[in-house]
Design a protein around this ligand. Structure first.
Ligand code: AMP
Length: 295
């Protein structure tokens, strides 16, 4: 595995690797890698001859009171994990390589980024879209893999790729990889390491309360009642606050008050002991009137 931190060297390496027609997959990350990231790497390996993993803690996607400085950084450990997975390139630029003096451009993906994390973290998705577009142009991958764990992020990036007619990768080649979970159901996240032992135990209530809400919504119960109960369960368990608990169209992220005929997603962000956890689950579409009558 080659570790690269300069853009000109990245471009040379990518060109050399691709010169025989080999394909390239990109897995963008912020490091502090866990099994969830490695699932993306394995999926990427199945989709292309070479895998490039980027590790970049992107300052523009953090708000002024967020955990940019505290975000875990462990390049050596991460690098050993990626080497063991057969990754070809590790792209780990410094902040001034990514954002040289005079940097002035930002990509805003309206609509899909308006609600949920877009509302509770203003500017977050502009930072994500901009850095991911740069990573796409730097690596020019045939395929890119993102986690469904960050469902809204995946939707924002797919929207951006469609809207900007990107070809490397084409929107159809942006793969969403299912969320990897701990044994008790908590979605793996680099931020889970911030949790105290007690908070880590409480955190497992999040996925179980979400599964409960999913079952109720799919069974036809009132959506706002199911969401309110989900919030109450989290607060009663010891969560310090719920940024949002909502139902949305899976592609457009438009909030839904009731189940429609299109796939939906249950999305939650909740805080515990100063750590913000997010998770989401697929919600089966309501059976169409035709299907119900044909029964
Ligand atoms: P991050 O390093 O948190 O920016 O995440 C990098 C990529 O890994 C993103 O596409 C995430 O959605 C994905 N990811 C993070 N956690 C998980 C998980 N538990 N399961 C699957 N993918 C994940």
């Amino acid at each position: 595995m080659q570790t690269i931190n300069r853009l000109d060297m990245l471009r040379n390496s990518v060109a050399a690797l691709r010169s025989d027609g080999s394909t390239m997959a990109l897995v963008p990350t912020m490091g502090a890698l866990h099994e969830g990231h490695l699932a993306l790497v394995r999926a990427a390996r199945q989709r292309a001859d070479h895998v490039c993993v980027s590790i970049f803690v992107n300052p523009t996607q953090f708000g002024p009171n967020e955990d940019l400085d505290a975000y875990p950084r462990q390049l050596e450990t991460d690098s050993a994990m990626l080497e063991a997975e057969g990754v070809t390139l590790l792209w780990a630029p410094a902040v001034d390589e990514m954002y040289p003096d005079g940097f002035a451009t930002s990509i805003a993906v309206a609509g899909v980024s308006a609600n949920f994390c877009g509302a509770s973290r203003p500017g977050h998705f502009d930072g994500v879209a901009t850095v991911v577009c740069k990573l796409f142009n730097q690596v020019r991958p045939d395929v890119a893999c993102f986690g469904e764990k960050d469902w809204q992020q995946l939707a924002v990036i797919r929207r951006m790729a469609r809207d900007l007619d990107l070809n490397f990768p084409h929107a159809d080649q942006i793969a969403g990889i299912p969320t990897m979970r701990e044994a008790d159901g908590l979605a793996m996240s680099s931020r889970n390491r911030y949790l105290s032992v007690q908070d880590r135990e409480t955190a497992a209530i999040l996925p179980s309360a979400m599964r409960n809400a999913k079952d109720r919504i799919e069974a036809g119960h009132d959506v706002s009642a199911a969401l309110a109960e989900l919030e109450q369960t989290l607060i009663a368990a010891g969560f310090g606050g719920v940024d949002y608990a909502g139902l949305a169209d899976a592609d457009s992220l438009a909030p839904l008050r009731m189940l429609a005929n299109e796939p939906a997603r249950l999305l939650v962000a909740a805080r515990i002991g100063g750590t913000r956890l997010i998770d989401n689950l697929a919600i089966r579409a309501a059976p169409s009137a035709d299907a119900a009558t044909n029964g």
